[in-house]
Design a protein around this ligand. Structure first.
Ligand SMILES: Nc1nc2c(ncn2[C@@H]2O[C@H](COP(=O)(O)OP(=O)(O)OP(=O)(O)O)[C@@H](O)[C@H]2O)c(=O)[nH]1
Ligand SMILES: [Mg+2]
Length: 219
């Protein structure tokens, strides 16, 4: 015969994370830095989006990157090749970054030299949803190769995002995906969300992304 009991762990993990996120945000504002939380599906183009943005803006503005990965420094090494201050954060078994990890990341960046920080979250459309990091803008990158029902299958992450990028539209026909449906799904879930169809390969839509970054950062 088993008896059941209640274990009180004493605090609400998400509430603590939220407090730390507010502290991160306060710190960013103090330095005049705009931070983007780049979330999205595995392999959707998050790293490539940030790399191309560094190529476009990196000479004019101070850009730093926090690269969240379960293991290794593969994405961090890609950013370092562009000569920008980079911190690689390994989450181990966790499938998202949290505000505490990001606080440590900020500690390793030269904040007084930066205008923008891109935070590449761990690739998936579920775990990062609830964890604010202190960012100013929440961006979700999906691509047509995940299937054009990927947005409607993961509504929560789009419900509190500022922008969705539907990437790899250059291969939409080849994978039989309807990028417009993905955009419509995102708008239905969150009527306030900004949407961009993009191909990082051909450059289509990239100028509008740079416009979004500039507007968000007050350039
Ligand atoms: N055809 C095509 N390929 C793309 C496009 N954007 C990215 N890719 C390719 O997609 C692959 C994954 O790109 P990444 O930028 O590494 O994707 P990611 O979202 O950072 O991946 P994870 O960090 O592993 O989740 C690479 O081989 C890119 O070359 C695009 O617009 N069109
Ligand atoms: Mg990546």
């Amino acid at each position: 015969m088993h008896t059941t009991g209640e274990i009180n762990i004493g605090y609400d993990v998400l509430a603590v994370n939220k407090e730390l996120a507010h502290e991160n945000r306060r710190r960013l504002d103090e330095y005049g830095i705009t931070a983007f939380n780049i979330m999205g599906a595995i392999g959707s183009g998050k790293t490539m989006l940030i790399e191309k943005t560094i190529e476009r803006l990196g000479k004019r503005y101070g850009i730093g990157v926090i690269a969240g990965d379960v293991v290794a420094r593969i994405d961090a090494a890609r950013f370092e090749k562009h000569g920008v201050p980079t911190v690689g954060l390994n989450t181990g078994k966790e499938c998202h970054l949290d505000a505490h990890l990001v606080e440590h990341g900020f500690g390793e960046l030269p904040l007084d030299e930066l205008d923008i920080i891109f935070i590449e979250n761990v690739g998936n459309l579920i775990c990062p949803t609830d964890y604010e990091l202190g960012e100013h803008k929440r961006v979700v990158v999906v691509s047509v190769s995940e299937g054009d029902d990927i947005v409607e299958k993961h509504p929560l992450i789009f419900s509190n995002a500022d922008l969705v990028i539907v990437n790899k539209i250059d291969i939409a026909e080849a994978v039989d995906a309807d990028a417009d449906k993905m955009v419509e799904d995102a708008r239905r879930i969150n009527p306030a969300i900004d949407v961009l169809k993009m191909s990082l390969k051909t450059g289509e839509g990239f100028g509008d992304w740079i416009g979004f970054v500039g507007k968000s950062a007050g350039f």
